[in-house]
Design a protein around this ligand. Structure first.
Ligand SMILES: Cc1cc2nc3c(=O)[nH]c(=O)nc-3n(C[C@H](O)[C@H](O)[C@H](O)COP(=O)(O)OP(=O)(O)OC[C@H]3O[C@@H](n4cnc5c(N)ncnc54)[C@H](O)[C@@H]3O)c2cc1C
Length: 429
């Protein structure tokens, strides 16, 4: 069958690989000139490894991507211990506390001993528990403040949720925190050469299997044709073209798919997607002389007065020699589309966050270079509307499939789940 895959991130590339192996005639459309989607990487001058535009690592329980890597003959994925800290404001000072192990938690000074024991027991319960329907009945705020106590919610969780989900923080379901605790790992994984090295290998494998990779081709609309679908796209020279396919797999963000399929689907199907809420990722990458965080890889910024969500000191995880000897740090936020941060250019983002970084860094901020990335629709909000309206693989039209990051629920989106979705949707064709 002639199969069109919309989107050249991990989901699209995995599904094209498995479909081509089944001898389908596969064409993939990607609007950017480089494949990789949200996991895309770039190389600065003098670097021998790619760096992701948005911080990326793997968890040691993520078998789907490890098995896919084996399938394509790529073995260069490694795991190592890292440190995660959370930053709080205590008596007008910023202090960081490790939050990696139960022992760290027992030392956490902002909760009383009974609060720590109660919280530890609830975390152990969530870790051991299978998915329960209870987790979809209550919001994380309701569940955590009842199970751990109101004070524990306020002191430990509230700002973590506010930083990640903004105004939606109190609507997020317990299933989100269950999945996070379930998957939590001390060892994190990374790909030798950066995620883009793996993406490039997958690209080559796809080409060898005969997949047509249309990079720089934006799909503009899809209509029903005789026995299939007509895809209209702008080619690399911005010339409009049309092509016929028997099967379409959309890996695009649901909101974008909704816009290009208005003449294909009934509004009763598309309208439900309007109830889904998303935040967009804003990421600033800093190349600096000294690390911004002394030893920590991952810092959750829980202090409300510091308008940063996370700082990830990549070179406390991966050796700086791969980046020309410079230290690399990410600063990240998830924001609404009307947030001022999303409208700022990269210099404005830097000016906005530099004074705050100075407050937490042990060194002077000596910046060599910086980069800026926006990941559209990167963080779906797992609330009650989401449960009722999220897409499924099967659309109302036979042979039109959806596989995108809204479907990794209850797990937070990730390359591992993208690979799983890609493999599963390929199995349906
Ligand atoms: C800030 C951030 C941090 C993350 N951290 C991690 C992490 O640590 N570990 C991890 O595993 N995952 C992480 N992820 C998630 C991971 O990157 C994604 O889950 C995964 O890459 C999604 O792949 P995908 O193929 O489903 O979607 P995408 O990568 O979004 O691919 C969709 C593709 O569709 C293309 N497209 C859009 N519109 C059109 C159109 N009209 N025509 C043609 N093409 C179009 C886009 O350009 C894009 O390439 C992170 C994501 C973000 C944003």
């Amino acid at each position: 069958m002639r199969v069109a895959i919309l989107g050249g991130g991990f989901t699209g590339l995995t599904s094209s690989y498995y479909l081509a192996k089944k001898d389908h005639k596969v064409t993939l459309f990607e609007k950017e000139k480089v494949l990789g989607g949200l996991a895309v990487g770039f190389k600065g001058e003098g670097w021998d490894w790619y760096l992701e535009r948005a911080y990326h690592h793997l968890l040691d329980s993520e078998d789907d991507i490890l098995n896919f890597a084996k399938d394509v003959g790529f073995e260069d994925i490694f795991f190592k211990e890292t440190s995660t800290d959370s930053l709080y404001e205590v008596d007008n000072n910023y202090r960081t506390f490790p939050v990696d192990t139960p022992q760290d938690f027992l030392k956490f000074p902002l909760l009383s001993f009974p609060q720590k024991i109660r919280t530890g027991l609830v975390i152990a319960f969530l870790k051991a528990s299978p998915f329960l329907s209870l987790y979809e009945k209550y919001t994380a705020k309701e569940f955590l403040s009842r199970a751990m106590g109101e004070q524990v919610w306020k002191i430990f969780w509230q700002d973590l949720f506010r930083k990640k989900f903004g105004k939606y923080a109190e609507n997020v379901l317990t299933s989100f925190i269950w999945a996070r605790i379930k998957k939590r790992a001390k060892k994190l994984g990374y790909i030798e050469g950066g995620f883009q090295t793996f993406i490039n290998v997958v690209e080559e494998k796809n080409k060898k299997l005969g997949v047509i990779l249309n990079k720089g081709f934006e799909v503009k609309s899809i209509e029903k044709g005789n026995n299939g679908f007509i895809i209209t796209y702008a080619d690399a020279k911005q010339k409009m073209q049309e092509e016929h396919f028997d099967v379409v797999i959309s890996t695009l963000p649901t909101a974008i798919m909704g816009k290009i399929t208005t003449s294909l689907f009934a509004s009763s199907y598309l309208d439900r997607f309007k109830k889904l809420k998303y935040l967009h990722a804003v990421v600033l990458i800093l190349e600096t002389k000294d690390p911004i965080l002394a030893k920590t890889y991952w810092l959750n910024v829980c202090a409300p007065k510091l308008p940063l969500m996370i700082v990830a000191q990549h070179t406390n995880f991966i050796d700086k020699s791969h980046y020309g000897g410079k230290h690399i740090a990410y600063v990240g936020w998830y924001v609404d589309r009307d947030d001022p941060l999303i409208k700022m250019n990269q210099k404005q983002v830097l000016d906005f966050c530099a004074p705050h970084l100075k407050k937490i860094s042990p060194h002077n901020l000596h910046i060599f270079n910086y980069h800026h990335f926006i990941g559209p629709f990167a963080q779906p909000i797992f609330d009650k509307d989401f449960l009722q309206n999220k897409p499924n693989f099967q659309s109302p039209l036979k042979n039109f499939y959806v596989a995108n990051l809204d479907m990794t629920y209850p797990y937070d989106r990730g390359t591992n789940y993208a690979v799983r979705l890609g493999r599963e949707v390929a199995g349906m064709v």
